[in-house]
Design a protein around this ligand. Sequence first.
Ligand SMILES: C[S@@+](CC[C@H](N)C(=O)[O-])C[C@H]1O[C@@H](n2cnc3c(N)ncnc32)[C@H](O)[C@@H]1O
Length: 296
Amino acid sequence: MRRVPRARETVGEAILRCTEALEAAKLTYGHGTDNARDEAAEIVFFSAGLAHSLGARAYDRALAPAARRRIASLLRRRIELRAPLAYLTHRAFFAGIELYVDRRVLVPRSPIAELAMARFAPWISPRRVRRILDLGTGSGAIALACARAFPRATVDAVDISAGALAVCRRNVRRLRLGARVEVLRSDHFSALRGRRYDIIVSNPPYVGRAEMRRLPAEYRHEPKLGLEAGADGLDSVRQILAGARAHLAAHGLLVVEVGNSERALLRAYPRTRFVWPEFSIGGGGVFLLREQDLES
Ligand SMILES: C[S@@+](CC[C@H](N)C(=O)[O-])C[C@H]1O[C@@H](n2cnc3c(N)ncnc32)[C@H](O)[C@@H]1O
């Protein structure tokens, strides 16, 4: 039975009611949350201007009428548009950082967040990391997580999309990291001649043509440029593997997310010694490759 909003509703009650409405609408999650309850909590906390760090301590608070109107509007639009919630709130959380997002960028969700927060240890010695490249930076999520994790490093945040770079610049300004994060337009490595990095990290487009056709409605709101990568999903990854040798410093580390295209990659590069780290927060499909293991 669907709950109707009561005259006086608390945060906890609203989360329960929104959860039931989201579950009944049979939506797809995967843009920052992976279930209806967490999505409902973001709707309610965002609408009420509450920090997530309050957690259950906020549940008994009564919601003001304006917050209740915002909840109703967000819930309705999430269900009717089947758009990722982050495009409606214009915020996303990544590696503990709050980012501005809109439809010019993919909603950040890469498991690379976990590696960045661990400073890519034990695969590289964090002390010697001075230069980092985030290729296909989108909102700047990975670049900014790296800048936070390595306070003595500089980071190049690179994308081919002018729209994405505008969003990235906005996030760099918000986090006051402009002194260490350079935002550059480049088609893969084309504008990076002569630059070498201790870490090259990338969450490039990697969705194959057949998988693109099967994507749930929520993913169709995202820029195609951020997802689609040819017949087997490897168009961008091939360019990264081909260009990495000229841009990795000696003993540098290449970190690339390939998601479901992992099998296609292993077929295409049977001799390459990819390392596939496990993640405690879930997700996978990210390979690591040391400079000395790159094929020439
Ligand atoms: C999967 S999205 C990842 C965005 C961001 N790194 C993240 O994890 O949320 C891939 C990004 O690569 C960018 N991209 C696509 N083709 C590119 C190219 N040829 N050169 C540079 N960036 C490219 C897209 O514009 C998009 O922002």
